[in-house]
Design a protein around this ligand. Structure first.
Ligand code: ADP
Length: 329
């Protein structure tokens, strides 16, 4: 796997280098051609002016006037060339910047897709391998009830992880393709959030998950999608913070808005990353945790489908607060 990864990376770097060399060669050629064009036209202008001046009869009373007319015409031509040259130059630079960004975006996307495929393979294989091992242990060994329960609990955790992963992948593609029919109903968001939190408290018994949910926060939405969005945010809070750090789910209704906050005491998110984390496939730099980079992208898509908003702010002294807002009914 590591060998394949390094081979892919080498190929990518080679392709990137070739595209880069070609790009700069073409750009230099075009700019050099433009400069050459300016010099050649200017030279032609000088020669033409010289011949015109040569043809003037110095005894002619209008000679001085004719000379200044020729000089004026020369200056006009020079300004014309500078004007046209600058316009072309600016057009070329704008085009070059545009192409450069497009190539970079394309390369970044294909790299992200490759990373995603690697991550997904890993994410699918790990729970399957653990589940298989646990079931084989249960089958082959005689374990006491406590040991059995522990293994079953671990297996259920892995099944939950697989389920969440499949939901994220399937719903992302269904929503993007317009195949998912959003069924909106009146939802008590407080109740829904409470259920999600209880689910996490039951699953992650060693974690400090707290709630502060005010009652009766009604919104209109799709229950399954909203559950998925909250689960993704809670899942991240667990993934990106330590065991002893508190995770808080808050829901309040104020000024006709239902606001939910998922607060953690993890490392927080830098200013630059805050702009990127909602992009498809984006994973934090040097991110060693499990993941695919789909969670926040899907969460944002779901919130947008509900005409809501999501943003992230810093928690103090450290950590992140993911805040979502919906119109209250
Ligand atoms: P994944 O968790 O699968 O990598 P997400 O789309 O859920 O993908 O998150 C994108 C990135 O945002 C993560 O890789 C991580 O770097 C960052 N991130 C998300 N939630 C948190 C959080 N609560 N604390 C710190 N970083 C986070």
């Amino acid at each position: 796997m590591a060998y394949l990864e390094s081979l892919t990376n080498k190929l990518k770097i080679k392709r990137l280098r070739t595209i880069n060399i070609l790009y700069w060669f073409l750009l230099t050629y075009i700019v050099a051609a433009l400069i050459f064009w300016y010099i050649a036209l200017n030279k032609q202008n000088d020669e033409l002016t010289f011949y015109r001046l040569e043809m003037i009869d110095e005894k002619d009373p209008a000679a001085v006037q004719n000379m200044s007319k020729i000089a004026e015409a020369k200056n006009r031509k020079t300004f014309q060339y500078i004007g046209e040259g600058t316009t072309f130059f600016l057009l070329i630079v704008t085009g070059a910047v545009f192409v450069f960004r497009a190539i970079n975006r394309q390369l970044r996307q294909s790299q992200q897709q490759r990373d995603f495929m690697m991550a997904i393979t890993h994410e699918l294989k790990t729970p399957i391998a653990i589940t298989k091992l646990n079931l084989e242990t249960l089958q082959k060994r005689t374990l006491n009830v406590e040991q059995q329960q522990k293994l079953i609990g671990m297996t259920i955790q892995e099944a939950n992880r697989l389920n969440a992963l499949c939901n994220n992948i399937l719903l992302t593609s269904q929503i993007e393709a317009g195949d998912y029919k959003i069924v909106k109903e009146v939802i008590d968001f407080s109740e829904l959030a409470g259920e999600c939190a209880q689910n996490f408290i039951a699953r992650f018994t060693g974690r400090k998950i707290k709630t502060d949910i005010s009652e009766m926060a009604f919104i209109e939405g799709d229950r399954l999608l909203l559950q998925l969005a909250l689960n993704n945010l809670l899942d991240n809070a667990i993934k990106y913070s330590n065991k002893e750090e508190i995770i808080l789910l808050k829901v309040i209704t104020k000024n006709k808005l239902v606001t939910a906050q998922i607060i953690d005491e993890g490392p927080g998110i830098s200013k630059i990353e805050k702009e990127k984390i909602f992009e498809k496939y984006y994973r934090g730099d040097n991110n060693q945790t499990k993941g695919t980079g789909l969670g926040l992208y899907l969460t944002k898509t779901i919130i947008r489908e509900h005409n809501g908003s999501i943003h992230v702010i810093n928690n103090t002294p450290h950590g992140s607060i993911f805040e979502i807002n919906f119109a209250a009914l």
